[in-house]
Design a binder for this molecule. Sequence first.
Ligand code: AMP
Length: 633
Amino acid sequence: MTSYADFHRRSIEDRDAFWAEQARLIDWQTPPQTICDYSQPPFARWFVGGRTNLCHNAVDRHLKDRADQPALIWVSTETDQERVYSFRDLHAEVQRMAAALRELGVKKGDRVLIYMPMIAEAAFAMLACTRIGALHSVVFGGFASGSLASRIEDAEPVVVVSADAGSRGGKAIAYKPLLDEAIELSRHKPSSVLLVDRGLVPMNLVAGRDQLWATLRERHLNAQVPCEWVDSTHPSYTLYTSGTTGKPKGVQRDTGGYAVALAASMKHIFCGNPGETYFSTSDIGWVVGHSYIIYGPLIHGMATLMYEGLPTRPDGGIWWRLVEKYKVTVMFSAPTAIRVLKKQDPAHLTRHDLSSLRSLFLAGEPLDEPTAQWISGALKDKPIIDNYWQTETGWPILTICNGVERAPSKFGSPGKAVYGYDIKLLDDQTGQELTAPNQKGVIAIEGPLPPGCMQTVWRDDARFVSTYWSSVPNRMVYSTFDWGIRDEDGYFFILGRTDDVINVAGHRLGTREIEEAIASHPNVAEVAVVGVADQLKGQVAMAFAVLKDASILGDQAALLKLEGEVMKIVDGNLGAVARPARVRFVHVLPKTRSGKVLRRAVQAVCEGRDPGDLTTMEDPAALQQIRDMVTPA
Ligand code: AMP
């Protein structure tokens, strides 16, 4: 058996041979000629000359051996439905959806925006897009019209696929009005909207634009839409993510590199076997949903369990019941969800037969030790595997690759550098590499990024380069915008973001986006949003606003009303996921003499920590006012 250290070394030092081997894990219509073209750094082109198709690899190629095995298991505890689609069924549904999209004018290279709850049709739509070479752009169903509008404008979709409503805790949440509003707000107008009518809420259809999926599906019941073979470098999708500036970035992914990276990760990291069941509790609106609800498990010939509902309804045992019923072998969730389950009756875990489950993967936010220890004990010491990555990379950067060589985890660490990633820790001031153990630096990846990572920012190569890349002598490095340290054994520890991104319950939010939404309130002159540590959600957003009309500052009732108004604006613009826990009103924001808001000092004070060096602060009273507000009397 290869040692992991050798495996990793080979992936960097003998890169092309390593990845040529991994490329054999997927089907190619034409095999690649060049494994990695890095002639124009930092743009890496993987498996050049190869032609393949993501949908073919996820669906069609399994028809030979497992047509009647489950491919997509859809469970909704919101509507009390459960359906199992075999690979044959999935193949038929995806072709129906592909034919419908074609009828609506979608061609190779066009974008299709998917704004949907966790229903099987969302999976059909994603796979139908990649089947015909169209790019999907999935927008998380929890985002509201403002976020949706900016994504419609940037992606310029020909078609939007949506539904009448999602559902949460048994309560329908209408999607259609939010979508209509977003299209109204956007300068770009999709020519058609394809709607799944779940019968949850009434819908007003716009004549000439809105089409019902049921009608088109009926029309294309026997559709045969062959996969469109595309170049390995053909973009498969864009997915928007937040950064320092208000405008979200469209992370663009290729086809061949992504398929290879996912196939390899299923083998070396997740250790799943074809024919087994994979259960990721994420949402298709996030990168984990793309890689490990839809593409990864299916490419590997596994059934994927797609779940609509809360982890606590009808009770805290629902996920474990599903593990037992569908013999889940690999499960993927987030620390926040585990913290929620920790508050439930522990008997839920002993009541079910969890013998099929081999490991639980957790990602998206730091895994704190109490949570890790609790779940590890509750699952009777099955491996709990933390993994660290980003929307940009599409698959893990740091973890334990048990498929290569079994290795112990260390509490608080997601593990070691994953094969393919040449990780450097950089001094944030000098940009120099820190090589000694246990030094704090910015986690960076020397180019080329491995297969499956972002190709560029959608339609904005310049932004890709300027946002992520810097040069250290003779080479280019990609910044993750995370602080980290590496210990003497090569295990990394993540110490938080270097930018203004916060992580609320595993959801990545830009504080600037929230600030922009709040600043649109007519009485808000200025606002600062910071992420504050929270026991359940990891972090929550806290807003401090300066009013244009400060005369109401002493009037508690008026301030509460205003706080409600501001929260409503955030809900309406970005969605409830971005709503701050509190909006406080202050006379002035703490700033440096040069006028920069001291967000880090505000955050420290909110967390009861020492705010550090404040010599550049203009008015210390500003910070004191915040301290008085947040310190319990
Ligand atoms: P996203 O792009 O939404 O997946 O968010 C990526 C960010 O989430 C990373 O840059 C980290 O800040 C954080 N993150 C993801 N996974 C982990 C993890 N396992 N441990 C600590 N932070 C994580």
